[in-house]
Each structure stands twice: as structure tokens, then as C-alpha cells.
Design a protein around this ligand. Structure first.
Ligand code: DAH
Length: 341
């Protein structure tokens, strides 16, 4: 029995020392010290020994058990330390690596320009409307008095979604006039900025997508004098109190009479220079008195109400405002350009 105990001791200690994991160590513990373990089996035979032999053998067996238990404890401590070390290695964070810079953006220059324009109109009692970019031809054309055959309805100018030319990307913000008149209570005083789409090739002054700001006022007794007074006041706020304007007759299907509004070139004072392309004047918007047919199309009685409307290009305004020479710069989103504003 003595030899048996010594064998168990040396085998067990060697095995414990080589255990690679906590699980392996635990199964070794069961193998030697468990209820059906090897040491337990030897202890069970203790009863068969003589009374003289028993104390010495009992003591030896207890020593072996203590030695095994201590060895398990030590091996387990060693494995835990190894595991911790491995984890620290695996999850190491190099605190010396420089962090990633968080770049804060800011509003696009064109939307900064739009904010200024919105502020001016809001200060004059206008409401700002938002509307759909996918629009019905009925709103973009029919109700605005641009009937079948009008050149702007052509497939070469307009993006349609269907063969019947009923659904389209709006080619102007003017359909917002119709939407406002159909849904709002009178009197109406609105602007509606937003994207519009036309089949134009990209160059320094054209883009298939650009922005317009539509304006509409409908009330009792609105006249051309209100149109001129309002637009002159807005233009003086945008371009400075000394700006000079010119109202030129023009044609739009949805207004009668219609006009285009120019400002005298602020660079040359009207003499003609590269900024105004030698003209002395720069066109800033289209406008007119809302056509009686359009009022009627939207359920408003033209004998009782009248109104004026206007539309301006936002890119052109921003380009003048920030002295941007090429329209493409506005849409290319080159950071070197955008950072300047
Ligand atoms: N929708 C016109 C265009 O895209 C601009 C315009 C002209 C709007 C006169 C108006 C207006 O409201 O009265 O060319």
C-alpha cells in the first residue's frame, strides 16, 4: 500500500503540473481525489490493515491527499495567471496611437444664403412651405396654365416617370402656388424653396438639378404696386439699400402681366463689365400678377381676390452673394471650396 500511495503521489503531481486548462485540471482532480478516484480507492482499503499498521498508513495517506490538494491549488493559480496574461496581451490597447480627428461640418454656402432670404420673408409675414419634388404634371403645368403643347412640357426638357407624362420631377417650384392655394386659407403669403429638375447639360451656369424659391401673395385688392413694393424691399435687403431695380415685361403662362426683375450691376454701376456680361444689369427673378385662370383652377374667385407671384434661382443668388464663378463648385462638394464659408 505504501508503494501504491507513493506511485499515486508522483503520477498525480506530474499530471497536475502539466495540465493546460482549468477543465483538464478539474478532471485530474476527479481522477485522483473524487469519490471513485484512485486515492479514495486506496483509502477504502485501509479497513483491511492491521491495527498496528493503520495509524502510520493513515498518516501517510493524509499527507498524500494534502500534497495533491496543494498541488492542484498551485497549478490552478498558475493557469489563472497565464490566462490573465494572455487576455491582457490579446486586449492590449496602444494608448500612444494618435486619435482620429472628428471633423465638424457646417451649413453649405447655398443654404446659408437661403437662410438669409428666408429671414427677410419671415420678417415680412411670409410662411415657408416645403413640397414634393416628384410632382404631377397637372400641378407643374396644367393648373398653371401651361397646357398640352407648351414647350416646357417636352420630353427633351423634363424628367417624366411614365409614358403618359403624368408624373415628373418638378421643373419649377411654381406648382407650390397651386398646392398653397388649394390647401391654405386666404389671405396667402408664402415662399417655397426647393430643388427643381431639368434636362440640362452641366456647365458653368447649368445643372440638371438646381434650386428655386417660389413666392405667392393672394388677398383682396393686391396690385402690381404691391408686387413692385415687396420685391424692391426684398432686393434692397439682399443687395443693399442703394440697389437700383428694373422691371422688364416678360411672359410666363401663370402670370398676367408678367415681368423679369433686374438689378443694376453693383460692380460697374450699369456701365457694363464682366460680372454683368457687359449688360449693366443682372436678372434676379421672374414675377407677375397671378393669372385669373390659375386662381380659378385653384378654386379662388378672381373677381374677389388677386395676387402676385415670383420665382428666383437660389444658386444664382448664392453665386452673386459669395462671388462664386462656377455653378459646378456648388455641387461638387470639394472640401477646399466649402471650407471657405
Ligand atoms: N417658374 C418660373 C421659371 O422656372 C419662374 C417664375 C416666374 C415663377 C414668374 C413665378 C413667376 O412665380 O411669377 O422660370
Amino acid at each position: 500500500m505504501k508503494e501504491q500511495l507513493a506511485k499515486i503521489r508522483s503520477e498525480a503531481l506530474a499530471a497536475f503540473g502539466q495540465a493546460q486548462s482549468a477543465a483538464e485540471l478539474d478532471s485530474l482532480r476527479v481522477q485522483y481525489l473524487g469519490k471513485k478516484g484512485e486515492l479514495t480507492a486506496v483509502l477504502k482499503m485501509m479497513g483491511k490493515l492491521s491495527a498496528e499498521e493503520r495509524p502510520a498508513m493513515g498518516q501517510l495517506a493524509n499527507e498524500v491527499r494534502s500534497a495533491l490538494e496543494a498541488a492542484i491549488e498551485a497549478a490552478s493559480g498558475k493557469l489563472e495567471a497565464q490566462a490573465l496574461e494572455q487576455r491582457l496581451k490579446d486586449e492590449a490597447v496602444d494608448v500612444t496611437i494618435p486619435g482620429r480627428e472628428v471633423k465638424l461640418g457646417h451649413k453649405h454656402p447655398m443654404y446659408l444664403a437661403l437662410d438669409e432670404i428666408k429671414d427677410i420673408f419671415i420678417g415680412m409675414g411670409f410662411t415657408v412651405l416645403d413640397g414634393p419634388e416628384v410632382e404631377l404634371a397637372e400641378y407643374n403645368f396644367d393648373k398653371l396654365n401651361a397646357e398640352e403643347g407648351h414647350p416646357s412640357r417636352d420630353w427633351s426638357d423634363t424628367f417624366y416617370f411614365d409614358e403618359d407624362s403624368r408624373v415628373m420631377l418638378r421643373s419649377q417650384t411654381s406648382p407650390m402656388q397651386v398646392r398653397a392655394m388649394e390647401t391654405m386659407e386666404l389671405p396667402i403669403r408664402i415662399i417655397a424653396p426647393g430643388r427643381v429638375y431639368r434636362k440640362d447639360e452641366v456647365d458653368a451656369t447649368h445643372s440638371p438639378m438646381f434650386h428655386q424659391i417660389e413666392g405667392l401673395v393672394v388677398d383682396k385688392g393686391v396690385t402690381m404696386a404691391d408686387l413692385k413694393g415687396t420685391l424692391n424691399a426684398v432686393i434692397k435687403k439682399i443687395y443693399g439699400p442703394a440697389s437700383v431695380t428694373r422691371f422688364r415685361p416678360h411672359h410666363f403662362p401663370f402670370t398676367e402681366p408678367s415681368c423679369e426683375v433686374d438689378i443694376q450691376c453693383h460692380k460697374c454701376g450699369g456701365k457694363g463689365c464682366p460680372t454683368c456680361k457687359g449688360e449693366g444689369w443682372i436678372e434676379v427673378l421672374g414675377a407677375g400678377m397671378v393669372h385669373p385662370k390659375v386662381l380659378r383652377n385653384c378654386g379662388i374667385d378672381p373677381d374677389e381676390y388677386s395676387g402676385f407671384a415670383f420665382g428666383m434661382g437660389l444658386e444664382r443668388f448664392a453665386m452673386g452673394h459669395f462671388k462664386i464663378s462656377d455653378l459646378r463648385l456648388i455641387f461638387e462638394n470639394d472640401e477646399r471650396f466649402l471650407q471657405q464659408f
